[in-house]
Ligand binder design. Structure first.
Ligand SMILES: Cc1cc2nc3c(=O)[nH]c(=O)nc-3n(C[C@H](O)[C@H](O)[C@H](O)COP(=O)(O)O)c2cc1C
Length: 200
């Protein structure tokens, strides 16, 4: 047991949880990497929506018509990258993702999402489709100040939750003279299987 390592690991999960409450926290967004066909790699920015430190789970939202949705269904291995420039810490996580659209959990997440963020699931041109560049982005009932609840609900079938069970964390902190780096590996139940210092 190395108490310094344990403290770092606890701090990693605390920082992720903090990002849920604090919209300006640098861990509010991450780069999510997925595997596509022919083992091609794809990355994009996503907003961190939930953290369960005990289960080692992170929650993200997406449109089920987006490329990443199908990619995760086909190949659930994902990687997530976070960077906090103020504390100069990088978190590189690996895990297994699961996507759900029609579940009590997805319903709860939908209702917890601010109205403005929910409008995006009603975009007229599905994410990734080719457009003429002039098409309206949102239907009229959702683009003004008065949002029509029925129109908002029409986006619900497109709303999907990505749940990632993290199986390893690579933590790196840049220091003036000596960088520090550690790796943590988890069992399926979220318990820590391994914690060690590694060369930066
Ligand atoms: C700051 C920022 C936050 C974003 N958050 C999300 C998000 O939470 N979920 C999401 O699906 N896309 C989000 N996007 C858009 C994605 O980066 C991406 O362009 C889109 O989801 C299509 O990805 P895909 O075609 O690879 O699936 C965000 C983009 C930016 C710049």
């Amino acid at each position: 047991m190395d108490s310094k390592l344990d403290a770092i690991e606890v701090q990693c999960w605390k920082s992720l949880a903090l990002a849920i409450e604090d919209r300006d926290h640098p861990f509010k967004t991450a780069v999510l990497a997925t595997l596509g066909a022919r083992s091609r790699l794809f990355q994009r920015t996503v907003v961190l929506r939930g953290v369960d430190g005990d289960r080692r789970e992170l929650i993200f939202h997406t449109d089920a018509r987006a490329k990443k949705f199908q990619q995760i269904k086909t190949k659930p291995a994902v990687s997530l990258l976070f960077w906090d420039p103020s504390s100069r810490q990088q978190l590189s996580l690996q895990g297994v993702a699961e996507v759900t659209q029609r579940s009590k959990f997805a319903d709860d997440q939908w209702h917890r999402t601010p109205v403005k963020s929910r409008t995006i699931y009603s975009v007229l041109t599905p994410p990734g489709t080719v457009t003429d560049g002039k098409a309206r982005f949102l239907p009229r009932e959702l683009s003004g100040i008065n949002i029509d609840p029925a129109a908002l609900q029409r986006g619900r079938p497109h709303f999907a939750v990505i749940k990632v069970r993290i199986d390893s964390v690579d933590w790196l902190q840049l220091k003036e003279r000596e960088h520090r780096r550690a790796s943590f590996v988890y069992d399926d139940d979220g318990s820590q299987k391994q914690a060690r210092w590694i060369g930066a």
